[in-house]
Write a protein that binds this ligand. Structure first.
Ligand code: NAD
Length: 479
Protein backbone atom coordinates (compact mmCIF):
# COMPACT_ATOMS: atom_id res chain seq x y z
CA UNK A 1 0.00 0.00 0.00
CA UNK A 2 1.36 3.39 -0.98
CA UNK A 3 1.14 6.13 1.58
CA UNK A 4 0.64 9.71 0.41
CA UNK A 5 1.40 13.08 1.87
CA UNK A 6 -1.60 14.93 3.31
CA UNK A 7 -1.32 18.56 2.22
CA UNK A 8 -4.16 21.06 2.26
CA UNK A 9 -6.63 18.27 2.99
CA UNK A 10 -5.54 16.48 -0.15
CA UNK A 11 -3.69 13.20 -0.77
CA UNK A 12 -3.13 13.65 -4.49
CA UNK A 13 -0.11 15.94 -4.82
CA UNK A 14 2.72 14.43 -6.88
CA UNK A 15 5.99 13.62 -5.12
CA UNK A 16 9.28 14.85 -6.54
CA UNK A 17 11.83 12.57 -4.90
CA UNK A 18 10.58 9.00 -5.27
CA UNK A 19 9.63 6.49 -2.62
CA UNK A 20 10.95 4.63 0.44
CA UNK A 21 10.08 1.02 1.31
CA UNK A 22 7.89 0.39 4.36
CA UNK A 23 8.52 -2.88 6.22
CA UNK A 24 6.30 -5.15 8.24
CA UNK A 25 8.52 -6.11 11.21
CA UNK A 26 6.54 -9.27 11.98
CA UNK A 27 7.64 -10.95 8.74
CA UNK A 28 10.43 -8.71 7.43
CA UNK A 29 8.56 -8.01 4.18
CA UNK A 30 8.08 -4.73 2.35
CA UNK A 31 4.35 -4.06 2.34
CA UNK A 32 4.18 -0.57 0.93
CA UNK A 33 6.00 2.63 0.16
CA UNK A 34 6.07 6.14 1.52
CA UNK A 35 7.02 9.42 -0.16
CA UNK A 36 10.63 10.49 0.20
CA UNK A 37 9.48 14.09 0.58
CA UNK A 38 11.82 16.85 -0.50
CA UNK A 39 12.26 20.45 0.58
CA UNK A 40 9.71 21.39 -2.10
CA UNK A 41 7.09 19.08 -0.61
CA UNK A 42 7.70 20.62 2.81
CA UNK A 43 7.36 24.06 1.21
CA UNK A 44 3.97 23.08 -0.23
CA UNK A 45 2.88 21.89 3.20
CA UNK A 46 4.11 25.13 4.73
CA UNK A 47 2.19 27.23 2.20
CA UNK A 48 -1.01 25.31 2.87
CA UNK A 49 -0.53 25.79 6.61
CA UNK A 50 0.24 29.47 6.23
CA UNK A 51 -2.86 30.19 4.17
CA UNK A 52 -5.07 28.30 6.66
CA UNK A 53 -3.66 30.20 9.63
CA UNK A 54 -5.52 33.50 9.37
CA UNK A 55 -8.88 31.77 9.52
CA UNK A 56 -8.00 28.92 11.94
CA UNK A 57 -6.38 31.25 14.47
CA UNK A 58 -9.65 33.22 14.55
CA UNK A 59 -11.89 30.16 14.84
CA UNK A 60 -13.72 30.19 18.18
CA UNK A 61 -12.48 27.98 20.97
CA UNK A 62 -15.81 26.14 21.00
CA UNK A 63 -15.50 25.30 17.31
CA UNK A 64 -11.89 24.13 17.62
CA UNK A 65 -12.89 22.08 20.63
CA UNK A 66 -15.80 20.53 18.75
CA UNK A 67 -13.57 19.44 15.86
CA UNK A 68 -10.87 18.00 18.14
CA UNK A 69 -13.44 16.00 20.05
CA UNK A 70 -14.94 14.79 16.78
CA UNK A 71 -11.49 13.53 15.69
CA UNK A 72 -11.24 11.73 19.02
CA UNK A 73 -14.62 10.06 18.51
CA UNK A 74 -13.74 8.97 14.98
CA UNK A 75 -10.49 7.43 16.21
CA UNK A 76 -12.46 5.49 18.80
CA UNK A 77 -14.96 4.38 16.17
CA UNK A 78 -12.05 3.11 14.05
CA UNK A 79 -10.18 1.47 16.95
CA UNK A 80 -9.74 -1.95 15.37
CA UNK A 81 -8.59 -0.65 12.00
CA UNK A 82 -6.07 1.73 13.56
CA UNK A 83 -4.79 -0.84 16.09
CA UNK A 84 -4.22 -3.41 13.36
CA UNK A 85 -2.45 -0.85 11.17
CA UNK A 86 -0.24 0.27 14.09
CA UNK A 87 0.68 -3.29 14.91
CA UNK A 88 1.51 -4.18 11.31
CA UNK A 89 3.71 -1.11 10.94
CA UNK A 90 5.50 -1.31 14.30
CA UNK A 91 5.49 -4.99 15.33
CA UNK A 92 3.74 -4.35 18.66
CA UNK A 93 0.98 -6.74 19.75
CA UNK A 94 -2.44 -5.74 18.36
CA UNK A 95 -3.77 -6.13 21.91
CA UNK A 96 -1.37 -3.42 23.13
CA UNK A 97 -2.24 -1.04 20.29
CA UNK A 98 -5.93 -1.60 21.08
CA UNK A 99 -5.49 -1.03 24.79
CA UNK A 100 -2.87 1.72 24.83
CA UNK A 101 -1.80 3.38 21.58
CA UNK A 102 -5.06 4.16 19.83
CA UNK A 103 -7.17 4.95 22.92
CA UNK A 104 -4.42 7.32 24.05
CA UNK A 105 -4.32 9.02 20.62
CA UNK A 106 -8.09 9.56 20.94
CA UNK A 107 -7.61 10.86 24.50
CA UNK A 108 -5.00 13.34 23.29
CA UNK A 109 -7.54 15.00 21.00
CA UNK A 110 -10.33 14.86 23.58
CA UNK A 111 -8.09 16.18 26.35
CA UNK A 112 -6.81 19.19 24.39
CA UNK A 113 -10.26 19.77 22.88
CA UNK A 114 -11.49 20.24 26.46
CA UNK A 115 -8.36 21.94 27.80
CA UNK A 116 -8.48 24.77 25.26
CA UNK A 117 -11.89 25.86 26.58
CA UNK A 118 -10.30 26.25 30.04
CA UNK A 119 -7.07 27.97 28.98
CA UNK A 120 -7.28 31.59 30.12
CA UNK A 121 -4.82 34.44 29.98
CA UNK A 122 -3.80 36.30 33.12
CA UNK A 123 -4.25 39.89 34.17
CA UNK A 124 -2.30 41.89 36.73
CA UNK A 125 -3.54 45.03 38.37
CA UNK A 126 -0.61 47.39 39.04
CA UNK A 127 -1.93 48.80 42.31
CA UNK A 128 -0.97 52.41 43.03
CA UNK A 129 0.14 53.02 39.45
CA UNK A 130 -3.26 53.30 37.81
CA UNK A 131 -2.48 50.56 35.34
CA UNK A 132 -3.67 47.13 34.43
CA UNK A 133 -1.78 44.43 32.52
CA UNK A 134 -3.30 41.59 30.63
CA UNK A 135 -1.44 38.81 28.85
CA UNK A 136 -2.53 37.51 25.50
CA UNK A 137 -1.69 33.93 24.53
CA UNK A 138 -1.45 34.08 20.77
CA UNK A 139 -0.78 31.16 18.44
CA UNK A 140 2.73 31.10 16.98
CA UNK A 141 1.73 30.54 13.34
CA UNK A 142 3.02 27.51 11.47
CA UNK A 143 4.71 24.96 13.75
CA UNK A 144 6.57 21.69 13.11
CA UNK A 145 5.85 18.39 14.91
CA UNK A 146 8.29 15.48 14.49
CA UNK A 147 7.76 12.13 16.20
CA UNK A 148 9.46 8.72 16.61
CA UNK A 149 8.45 5.12 15.84
CA UNK A 150 7.88 3.56 19.24
CA UNK A 151 4.39 4.92 20.03
CA UNK A 152 3.60 6.22 16.55
CA UNK A 153 0.10 7.71 16.65
CA UNK A 154 0.16 8.25 20.42
CA UNK A 155 3.17 10.61 20.28
CA UNK A 156 2.28 12.18 16.93
CA UNK A 157 -1.12 13.31 18.24
CA UNK A 158 0.32 14.34 21.64
CA UNK A 159 1.97 17.20 19.72
CA UNK A 160 -0.58 17.91 17.01
CA UNK A 161 -3.61 18.17 19.31
CA UNK A 162 -2.28 21.04 21.51
CA UNK A 163 -0.73 22.74 18.46
CA UNK A 164 -4.03 23.01 16.59
CA UNK A 165 -6.11 23.56 19.74
CA UNK A 166 -4.17 26.80 20.34
CA UNK A 167 -4.85 28.02 16.78
CA UNK A 168 -1.60 27.08 15.05
CA UNK A 169 -1.35 25.30 11.73
CA UNK A 170 0.99 22.35 11.54
CA UNK A 171 3.53 20.68 9.29
CA UNK A 172 4.02 17.25 10.86
CA UNK A 173 6.28 14.32 10.10
CA UNK A 174 5.86 10.86 11.61
CA UNK A 175 8.79 8.45 11.73
CA UNK A 176 9.60 6.99 8.31
CA UNK A 177 9.73 3.61 10.09
CA UNK A 178 6.05 3.78 11.19
CA UNK A 179 4.10 6.15 8.90
CA UNK A 180 0.83 4.25 8.53
CA UNK A 181 -1.46 5.54 11.27
CA UNK A 182 -0.35 9.13 10.63
CA UNK A 183 -1.49 8.61 7.05
CA UNK A 184 -4.86 7.26 8.22
CA UNK A 185 -5.23 10.22 10.59
CA UNK A 186 -5.47 12.56 7.58
CA UNK A 187 -8.68 10.82 6.45
CA UNK A 188 -10.15 11.15 9.93
CA UNK A 189 -9.32 14.87 10.06
CA UNK A 190 -11.14 15.46 6.78
CA UNK A 191 -14.14 13.50 8.03
CA UNK A 192 -14.18 15.49 11.27
CA UNK A 193 -14.31 18.75 9.32
CA UNK A 194 -10.84 20.05 10.18
CA UNK A 195 -10.37 22.88 7.66
CA UNK A 196 -7.90 22.27 4.84
CA UNK A 197 -4.30 23.17 5.62
CA UNK A 198 -4.64 23.24 9.43
CA UNK A 199 -2.78 19.94 9.60
CA UNK A 200 -0.35 18.84 6.90
CA UNK A 201 1.48 15.53 7.11
CA UNK A 202 4.66 14.96 5.11
CA UNK A 203 6.44 11.63 5.02
CA UNK A 204 10.11 10.95 4.53
CA UNK A 205 13.53 10.57 6.06
CA UNK A 206 14.69 12.59 9.03
CA UNK A 207 17.78 13.87 7.30
CA UNK A 208 15.82 15.25 4.33
CA UNK A 209 12.15 15.82 5.18
CA UNK A 210 12.67 16.36 8.91
CA UNK A 211 15.67 18.57 8.30
CA UNK A 212 13.65 20.69 5.81
CA UNK A 213 11.00 21.30 8.50
CA UNK A 214 13.57 22.28 11.12
CA UNK A 215 15.48 24.51 8.68
CA UNK A 216 12.38 26.25 7.34
CA UNK A 217 12.78 29.93 8.24
CA UNK A 218 9.04 30.48 8.80
CA UNK A 219 8.21 27.37 10.80
CA UNK A 220 8.64 29.10 14.13
CA UNK A 221 8.45 26.30 16.67
CA UNK A 222 9.53 22.67 16.64
CA UNK A 223 8.11 20.03 18.94
CA UNK A 224 10.36 16.99 18.64
CA UNK A 225 10.39 13.55 20.25
CA UNK A 226 13.19 11.16 19.39
CA UNK A 227 16.79 10.30 20.12
CA UNK A 228 19.17 12.53 22.06
CA UNK A 229 21.69 12.83 19.20
CA UNK A 230 18.92 13.95 16.81
CA UNK A 231 17.67 16.42 19.43
CA UNK A 232 21.14 17.93 19.77
CA UNK A 233 21.37 18.31 16.00
CA UNK A 234 17.93 19.94 15.79
CA UNK A 235 18.85 22.36 18.60
CA UNK A 236 21.97 23.40 16.67
CA UNK A 237 20.01 24.08 13.47
CA UNK A 238 17.11 25.85 15.17
CA UNK A 239 18.98 27.98 17.72
CA UNK A 240 20.35 30.66 15.35
CA UNK A 241 16.79 31.15 14.03
CA UNK A 242 15.50 31.59 17.63
CA UNK A 243 12.83 28.95 17.21
CA UNK A 244 10.86 27.75 20.16
CA UNK A 245 11.95 24.18 20.87
CA UNK A 246 10.45 21.34 22.84
CA UNK A 247 12.76 18.32 22.89
CA UNK A 248 11.65 14.99 24.38
CA UNK A 249 14.66 12.69 24.11
CA UNK A 250 16.14 9.40 25.26
CA UNK A 251 16.17 7.82 28.68
CA UNK A 252 17.88 5.18 30.82
CA UNK A 253 15.47 5.08 33.68
CA UNK A 254 16.16 3.56 37.09
CA UNK A 255 13.67 1.19 38.71
CA UNK A 256 14.57 1.21 42.42
CA UNK A 257 13.16 -1.57 44.58
CA UNK A 258 13.29 -1.50 48.39
CA UNK A 259 12.59 -4.55 50.55
CA UNK A 260 9.57 -2.86 52.20
CA UNK A 261 7.56 -2.55 48.96
CA UNK A 262 4.34 -4.41 48.08
CA UNK A 263 6.21 -7.27 46.50
CA UNK A 264 3.64 -8.82 44.14
CA UNK A 265 2.51 -5.50 42.71
CA UNK A 266 6.16 -4.47 42.26
CA UNK A 267 7.06 -7.74 40.55
CA UNK A 268 4.15 -7.69 38.09
CA UNK A 269 4.64 -4.01 37.28
CA UNK A 270 8.39 -4.48 36.86
CA UNK A 271 7.77 -7.13 34.19
CA UNK A 272 5.62 -4.58 32.37
CA UNK A 273 7.92 -1.59 32.91
CA UNK A 274 10.80 -3.67 31.55
CA UNK A 275 9.24 -5.28 28.50
CA UNK A 276 6.00 -3.55 27.45
CA UNK A 277 6.13 -2.65 23.75
CA UNK A 278 9.26 -4.85 23.47
CA UNK A 279 10.98 -2.47 25.91
CA UNK A 280 10.71 0.28 23.32
CA UNK A 281 9.12 2.94 25.54
CA UNK A 282 11.24 5.92 26.55
CA UNK A 283 9.82 5.47 30.09
CA UNK A 284 10.76 1.80 30.52
CA UNK A 285 12.72 1.12 33.69
CA UNK A 286 15.75 -0.39 32.03
CA UNK A 287 18.09 -0.26 35.06
CA UNK A 288 16.72 -2.28 37.96
CA UNK A 289 18.33 -1.75 41.38
CA UNK A 290 17.20 -4.09 44.18
CA UNK A 291 17.91 -3.80 47.90
CA UNK A 292 20.35 -6.59 48.72
CA UNK A 293 18.17 -8.27 51.37
CA UNK A 294 15.61 -9.29 48.72
CA UNK A 295 17.93 -9.41 45.72
CA UNK A 296 18.21 -13.22 45.35
CA UNK A 297 14.47 -13.74 45.81
CA UNK A 298 13.64 -10.99 43.32
CA UNK A 299 16.13 -12.33 40.80
CA UNK A 300 14.63 -15.84 40.91
CA UNK A 301 11.01 -14.61 40.72
CA UNK A 302 11.69 -12.05 38.00
CA UNK A 303 13.58 -14.50 35.79
CA UNK A 304 10.80 -17.08 36.19
CA UNK A 305 8.09 -14.59 35.20
CA UNK A 306 10.04 -13.21 32.25
CA UNK A 307 10.77 -16.71 30.94
CA UNK A 308 7.03 -17.30 30.77
CA UNK A 309 6.39 -14.29 28.51
CA UNK A 310 5.39 -15.37 25.04
CA UNK A 311 7.28 -13.93 22.10
CA UNK A 312 5.05 -14.27 19.08
CA UNK A 313 3.28 -12.81 16.10
CA UNK A 314 1.68 -9.47 17.04
CA UNK A 315 -1.79 -10.57 15.95
CA UNK A 316 -1.90 -13.61 18.28
CA UNK A 317 -3.98 -12.76 21.34
CA UNK A 318 -1.61 -14.54 23.76
CA UNK A 319 1.51 -12.73 22.50
CA UNK A 320 3.23 -10.66 25.19
CA UNK A 321 6.24 -9.59 23.14
CA UNK A 322 5.90 -8.84 19.44
CA UNK A 323 8.57 -7.94 16.90
CA UNK A 324 11.16 -5.20 17.26
CA UNK A 325 10.53 -2.28 14.95
CA UNK A 326 13.19 -2.88 12.29
CA UNK A 327 16.15 -4.99 11.25
CA UNK A 328 18.74 -2.27 12.04
CA UNK A 329 17.16 -1.76 15.47
CA UNK A 330 17.22 -5.51 16.17
CA UNK A 331 20.92 -5.54 15.24
CA UNK A 332 21.60 -2.60 17.54
CA UNK A 333 19.87 -4.26 20.49
CA UNK A 334 21.68 -7.56 19.85
CA UNK A 335 25.01 -5.73 19.74
CA UNK A 336 24.40 -4.56 23.32
CA UNK A 337 23.88 -8.16 24.43
CA UNK A 338 27.34 -8.92 22.98
CA UNK A 339 28.78 -5.86 24.74
CA UNK A 340 27.33 -7.14 28.02
CA UNK A 341 29.09 -10.47 27.53
CA UNK A 342 32.36 -8.73 26.72
CA UNK A 343 31.96 -6.62 29.84
CA UNK A 344 31.69 -9.80 31.94
CA UNK A 345 28.00 -9.44 32.81
CA UNK A 346 25.76 -12.51 33.21
CA UNK A 347 22.79 -13.09 30.90
CA UNK A 348 20.20 -14.46 33.34
CA UNK A 349 17.62 -15.14 30.65
CA UNK A 350 17.00 -14.43 26.97
CA UNK A 351 19.74 -13.01 24.81
CA UNK A 352 18.82 -14.71 21.53
CA UNK A 353 16.64 -14.13 18.52
CA UNK A 354 13.37 -16.06 18.30
CA UNK A 355 12.10 -17.77 15.17
CA UNK A 356 8.33 -17.53 15.00
CA UNK A 357 6.85 -20.26 12.82
CA UNK A 358 5.53 -18.92 9.56
CA UNK A 359 7.26 -15.57 10.14
CA UNK A 360 10.90 -16.65 10.05
CA UNK A 361 12.16 -13.28 8.75
CA UNK A 362 10.48 -11.23 11.51
CA UNK A 363 12.54 -9.28 14.05
CA UNK A 364 11.90 -11.23 17.26
CA UNK A 365 14.13 -11.22 20.33
CA UNK A 366 13.79 -12.94 23.71
CA UNK A 367 13.21 -10.66 26.70
CA UNK A 368 16.66 -10.41 28.22
CA UNK A 369 17.82 -9.83 31.80
CA UNK A 370 21.45 -8.94 32.36
CA UNK A 371 23.02 -9.07 35.80
CA UNK A 372 25.73 -6.43 35.90
CA UNK A 373 28.63 -6.17 38.34
CA UNK A 374 28.90 -2.40 38.19
CA UNK A 375 26.53 0.38 37.29
CA UNK A 376 29.26 2.00 35.22
CA UNK A 377 29.28 -0.59 32.40
CA UNK A 378 28.01 0.44 28.97
CA UNK A 379 24.81 -1.61 29.06
CA UNK A 380 23.91 0.26 32.23
CA UNK A 381 24.80 3.69 30.90
CA UNK A 382 23.68 3.74 27.25
CA UNK A 383 20.11 3.64 25.95
CA UNK A 384 19.39 0.23 24.37
CA UNK A 385 15.65 0.78 23.79
CA UNK A 386 14.70 -2.86 23.42
CA UNK A 387 13.62 -5.87 25.53
CA UNK A 388 16.78 -5.74 27.65
CA UNK A 389 17.14 -4.75 31.30
CA UNK A 390 20.02 -4.80 33.74
CA UNK A 391 19.74 -5.77 37.39
CA UNK A 392 22.09 -5.34 40.34
CA UNK A 393 21.81 -5.15 44.14
CA UNK A 394 22.36 -2.10 46.34
CA UNK A 395 23.08 -1.66 50.04
CA UNK A 396 21.94 1.81 51.08
CA UNK A 397 19.63 4.60 49.97
CA UNK A 398 22.64 6.85 49.33
CA UNK A 399 24.35 4.22 47.18
CA UNK A 400 21.32 3.67 44.96
CA UNK A 401 20.61 7.37 44.63
CA UNK A 402 24.12 7.95 43.42
CA UNK A 403 23.88 5.14 40.87
CA UNK A 404 20.41 6.23 39.74
CA UNK A 405 21.66 9.73 39.00
CA UNK A 406 25.00 8.73 37.49
CA UNK A 407 23.83 8.57 33.85
CA UNK A 408 23.59 11.35 31.31
CA UNK A 409 19.81 10.91 31.04
CA UNK A 410 17.03 12.08 33.36
CA UNK A 411 13.61 11.20 31.99
CA UNK A 412 11.76 9.11 34.57
CA UNK A 413 12.43 7.04 37.69
CA UNK A 414 10.37 4.44 39.53
CA UNK A 415 10.60 3.89 43.25
CA UNK A 416 9.13 0.93 45.15
CA UNK A 417 8.85 1.51 48.90
CA UNK A 418 6.27 2.01 51.63
CA UNK A 419 8.52 4.29 53.67
CA UNK A 420 7.08 7.79 53.46
CA UNK A 421 10.16 9.71 54.54
CA UNK A 422 12.35 7.81 52.10
CA UNK A 423 9.80 8.46 49.35
CA UNK A 424 9.97 12.19 50.04
CA UNK A 425 13.77 12.28 50.27
CA UNK A 426 14.35 10.27 47.13
CA UNK A 427 11.68 12.01 45.04
CA UNK A 428 13.42 15.28 45.84
CA UNK A 429 16.87 13.99 44.93
CA UNK A 430 16.22 11.88 41.84
CA UNK A 431 17.37 13.65 38.68
CA UNK A 432 14.31 12.99 36.50
CA UNK A 433 11.36 14.87 35.06
CA UNK A 434 8.91 12.21 36.23
CA UNK A 435 9.04 10.07 39.39
CA UNK A 436 6.59 7.21 39.88
CA UNK A 437 6.22 5.78 43.37
CA UNK A 438 4.66 2.30 43.65
CA UNK A 439 3.39 2.48 40.08
CA UNK A 440 4.66 2.92 36.54
CA UNK A 441 3.43 4.87 33.51
CA UNK A 442 0.31 6.05 35.24
CA UNK A 443 -0.56 9.17 33.29
CA UNK A 444 -2.75 12.16 34.07
CA UNK A 445 -2.63 14.29 30.93
CA UNK A 446 -2.70 17.51 32.96
CA UNK A 447 0.74 16.84 34.45
CA UNK A 448 4.03 18.15 33.03
CA UNK A 449 5.81 15.54 30.92
CA UNK A 450 9.49 15.68 29.99
CA UNK A 451 13.03 15.11 31.10
CA UNK A 452 16.15 16.75 32.47
CA UNK A 453 19.81 16.46 31.41
CA UNK A 454 20.19 14.64 28.05
CA UNK A 455 16.52 13.59 28.15
CA UNK A 456 15.39 16.94 26.85
CA UNK A 457 14.29 20.51 27.24
CA UNK A 458 10.76 21.72 27.93
CA UNK A 459 7.60 20.00 29.07
CA UNK A 460 4.58 18.62 27.27
CA UNK A 461 1.14 17.93 28.73
CA UNK A 462 -1.70 20.04 30.08
CA UNK A 463 -1.28 23.80 30.09
CA UNK A 464 2.51 23.35 29.62
CA UNK A 465 1.82 22.26 26.03
CA UNK A 466 -0.70 25.07 25.47
CA UNK A 467 1.90 27.56 26.73
CA UNK A 468 4.57 26.09 24.46
CA UNK A 469 2.40 26.50 21.39
CA UNK A 470 1.53 30.15 22.16
CA UNK A 471 3.43 33.39 22.52
CA UNK A 472 2.71 35.44 25.61
CA UNK A 473 2.15 39.12 24.84
CA UNK A 474 1.67 41.49 27.75
CA UNK A 475 -0.48 44.59 27.25
CA UNK A 476 -0.10 47.35 29.87
CA UNK A 477 -2.83 50.02 29.99
CA UNK A 478 -2.52 53.17 32.08
CA UNK A 479 -5.72 54.82 33.16
P1 NAD B 1 15.16 9.49 15.90
O1 NAD B 1 15.77 10.64 16.62
O2 NAD B 1 16.00 8.68 15.00
O3 NAD B 1 13.94 9.98 15.00
C1 NAD B 1 12.84 10.68 15.53
C2 NAD B 1 12.20 11.50 14.43
O4 NAD B 1 13.11 12.51 14.02
C3 NAD B 1 11.87 10.71 13.17
O5 NAD B 1 10.66 11.19 12.62
C4 NAD B 1 13.03 11.03 12.25
O6 NAD B 1 12.73 10.90 10.89
C5 NAD B 1 13.29 12.49 12.62
N1 NAD B 1 14.63 12.98 12.33
C6 NAD B 1 15.79 12.30 12.25
N2 NAD B 1 16.81 13.12 11.90
C7 NAD B 1 16.29 14.36 11.78
C8 NAD B 1 16.83 15.64 11.44
N3 NAD B 1 18.11 15.79 11.14
N4 NAD B 1 16.00 16.69 11.41
C9 NAD B 1 14.68 16.55 11.72
N5 NAD B 1 14.12 15.37 12.01
C10 NAD B 1 14.91 14.28 12.05
O7 NAD B 1 14.47 8.60 17.03
P2 NAD B 1 13.73 7.20 16.85
O8 NAD B 1 14.77 6.15 16.65
O9 NAD B 1 12.62 7.35 15.88
O10 NAD B 1 13.07 7.03 18.29
C11 NAD B 1 13.69 6.46 19.38
C12 NAD B 1 14.19 7.50 20.35
O11 NAD B 1 13.12 8.34 20.76
C13 NAD B 1 14.74 6.91 21.62
O12 NAD B 1 15.94 7.56 21.96
C14 NAD B 1 13.66 7.21 22.65
O13 NAD B 1 14.11 7.29 23.98
C15 NAD B 1 13.15 8.51 22.17
N6 NAD B 1 11.82 8.78 22.70
C16 NAD B 1 11.67 9.76 23.64
C17 NAD B 1 10.42 10.02 24.19
C18 NAD B 1 10.20 11.10 25.22
O14 NAD B 1 9.07 11.47 25.45
N7 NAD B 1 11.24 11.62 25.84
C19 NAD B 1 9.32 9.28 23.76
C20 NAD B 1 9.51 8.28 22.81
C21 NAD B 1 10.76 8.04 22.26
Amino acid sequence: MNIKNYINGDFSLPIANGWIDNYNPSNGEVYGQIPNSSKDDVEQAYKAAKSAFSSWSQTTLEERSRILIKISELLEANLDRFAEAESKDNGKPVSLAKMVDIPRAASNFRFFGNAITQFASESHESVGQNAVNYTLRQPIGVVGCISPWNLPLYLFTWKIAPAIATGNCVVAKPSEVTPMTAYLLGEICNEAGLPKGVLNIVHGLGTTTGQAIVEHPNIKAISFTGGTATGAHIAKVAAPMFKKLSLELGGKNPNIIFADCDYENMLNTTVRSSFANQGQICLCGSRIFVEETIYEKFKADFVEKVKSLKVGHPSETDTNIGALVSKPHLEKVKSYIEIAKEEGATILCGGSEVTVEGYENGYYLQPTIIEVKTDECRVNQEEIFGPVVTIMPFKTEDDVLEMANKVKYGLSATLWTNNLKRTMRMSNELQAGIVWVNTWMMRDLRTPFGGVKASGVGREGGFEALRFFTEAKNVCIKY
